[in-house]
Design a protein around this ligand. Sequence first.
Ligand SMILES: [Zn+2]
Length: 261
Amino acid sequence: MPLKATQAIVIGGHNLGEADRIVVFLSRVAGKVRAVAAGARRIRSRFGGSLELFTYGQLLYFERPNRDLHRVSEFGILHPYAGLRTDLDRLGASAYAVDLLRGAVEEGEPPGGLFDLLLGILSELEEGRPPAAALRAYEVRLLALLGYLPELRRCVGCRRAVPETGLASFSPRQGGLLCAACGPAAPDPFPVGPEALGFLRGALRAEFRAAARAALPAAALEELRALLRAVYLERVGRSPRSASFLEALAASAAPLGDVNG
Ligand SMILES: [Zn+2]
């Protein structure tokens, strides 16, 4: 079994047998990796508390070729993100962010920019800022990196440029923005006001942290939440697991409880 080394973030896991645990990582090199941490639930486990949800570390694992379940050798903490597990709001927002990503990536696929994006949102949330704008910026970037957010400049109906002032709409099914004239004919139009549109465009251009700290009115945040959720559903084909928040809560109360993976 070849020994592989990569940076990784714990994005899920569940108990196996008497003392073991299956841990799901997002790794920088190989995307989603599922691996058995033997003896992880023993009191004197060599893994200590390192395998808790959101922990960022250096992973050494034995790769079992043609199998989807590998074996953890070591996991050295680079940053524990412990602050995300001690506050309910941060925990919920972080679990949601992890959930969106976990639902959209396949095992063994290099994650590209998704790895740093996940580190970025976990850092923002750990610093305790209001999560709404940060989560919307994360969703925009996530969808763009997955190739699911193609058109934000021109109307997908008539190809005319859509100005940033005035009303427009977005059609998840048609995969893009619609001008005020074409919007009403769309099967599933979501309204997009000027602030929301400016945010969508800016979040793709700006540095992630700057986008995550944008000040937006509540109405614009709600427009963005609804349309980004709809795009995710349309393209990924399933909603983020609704139970994830409770799973994460359970895991935080009992560090080695179930956090579905
Ligand atoms: Zn149009």
